[in-house]
Ligand binder design. Sequence first.
Ligand code: MV4
Length: 670
Amino acid sequence: MFNKILIANRGEIACRVIKTARKLGIATVAVYSDADANALHVAMADEAVHIGAAPSRESYLLIERVIAAAKQTGAEAIHPGYGFLSENAEFCRACAENGIVFIGPPVGAIEAMGSKSAAKRIMEAADVPLVPGYHGEDQDPALLKQAANDMGYPVLLKATAGGGGKGMRQIWSEKEFDEGLAAAKREAMNGFGDDRMLVEKYLTKPRHVEIQVFCDQLGNGVFLAERDCSVQRRHQKVIEEAPAPGVDSELRSKMGEAALQAAKAIDYVGAGTVEFLLDEDGSFYFMEMNTRLQVEHPVTEMITGQDLVEWQLRVAYGETLPLSQEQVPINGHAFEARIYAEDPNNDFLPVTGTLSFLQPPEENSHVRVDTGVLQGDEVSVFYDPMIAKLIVWDEDREKALRRLGKALSEYRISGMTTNVDFLYNLATCEPFQKAELDTGFIGKHHEKIFHDGEADIASATALAGLYLVLRRAQDATTSVSAQRDANSPWNFSNAWRLNEPHIHQFELELMGQNYPIVIEQLGEGCAVSYNITAAGKTVRAQGKLNGSELYADIDGYRSRAVIAEHDGVYSLYTQESALQFCQAQIDLGDENAGAGEGALTAPMNGTIVTLLVEAGAEVEQDSALLVMEAMKMEHTIRAPAKGTVKEFYYAPGDLVEGGSDLLDFEKAEA
Ligand code: MV4
């Protein structure tokens, strides 16, 4: 087995390959760009070589730099991962020319699959089923039209030089053909500099079902079941699963044998994926073949119990396949959801930023997280904004899907927008649960998936208010007891006159709206409870804070939430949702906020009960300054910002009129 390999990639796949190499006792070399100097894959590798600036074309795509790094470190082989140079024939050739093993297929296989139309011709010769159509060299419009008429409408015009969904045009009737062909040719010439077309029967509700194949250098080949990747958005896979719902063992064998025929037709070696369009009637048609390990390979690993990177390393080293076809097991069901830094409510535009809070679900035999980032890392503009792949497994699809929903609800990320909520909505919507899959799924069920359904504001504000009042109690106990005699009855945040309610007031900013919250504190000691009034609703609440965990009971409904705070913004994660909120800033200079310049006024007529800090004290925002009693209720007056209490205007026992200035407060310099 190899002693040392270089991973010519970054992010989660680089980390993933390093893990298997480490398992096999193989030393690893990472390569990294300026932007990845502190990346996880660099830290995980035994050695690392800087190969250039952040833009991929100045680092990860520079063949000579990658080869030089391998030679500098004595790496015997290079794993290309996916993307970057993984399907680059020139790179594959450069490895061979430098005596370095390319962990992947022979260069001829890469070249054969590089052209969509050449690939189709090879598959046709190998009796691999193709969509009925025409993909010949003769591009006479009359011939193309005759082909369309012969196969029947609708047909799909595909630019030969296109791929990944680019350069396709549907033609629904003969009278549309001429204009449609002319438009498709213009677009292809503009987009690819090549206006050659192929014409195919248009499958209106196909599924994308792909077969994992593996071939060794000794002529052996097996298929490791299939994956359903129909849930895509603009040809980007979103959720993948294995095995494909509704594919029985007979259809699996047919597709698997067809995939192996395709692989054998190009003398394939290594991990490969043959993509098929599966029609509603069970017919399947070759779409394309990918000559690399796919992003979604983990779902195959979970149902077969195989480590496909280990297979790649063994096959590249010249070993025979670890299993024969009969020995390939298929157990249970697996899903993969791709966690992205992108905004589903803004056309999925990628977002950048710092992962200020990153708490994946706990991993176990059912939950796997493949990631290349840690809390505090930047998601930059230079690379694919994938944060992680969340993979789950269970005995059957229903159980696995339940695990996916739960794991997604436990994936807590703040510091940037992600697609986690979108994935949760998708995984839990009824059509997906019923496996009503086809490549138009997301478009068809848009309203179920994108429901930015009014987060239940009342419960959200109640939870937020409960958190803030418990946090205040915690802080008050810490700060006041630190400042004053520990035996004073005022020392405890929950110390007040028996049966006299204590009022807290907050102003929350939540989803761009301000929500005033009034919290009446009742009971004392461990029997503390609260009447929380917000968004027009009053609930009875109690709870406990344990670090970043909030155990809440709102009107008898008990739940657990996790709170992260960053720069004054709180992210509150519950089983159902994640919400961000912050305390609306009270502008000291704004007399409407009830606080004159530097002073704080009595909310109503009342009596000063106690002063909680000395004049001259420097305090943090929200520190308790004094307690006054009004209308049989106690009010704690707090510091609206970090600053200094210059002077109290009243002493305990004094009567004050509503609106009177109570003290002079000087806000700290920003
Ligand atoms: C098709 C098709 C329907 N009929 N060909 C999209 C990109 C490339 N993978 C081939 N694609 C399709 N070819 C015929 N004759 C529908 C698609 C298609 C698709 C295929 C797989 C996964 C997602 C897709 C999304 C839109 C269209």
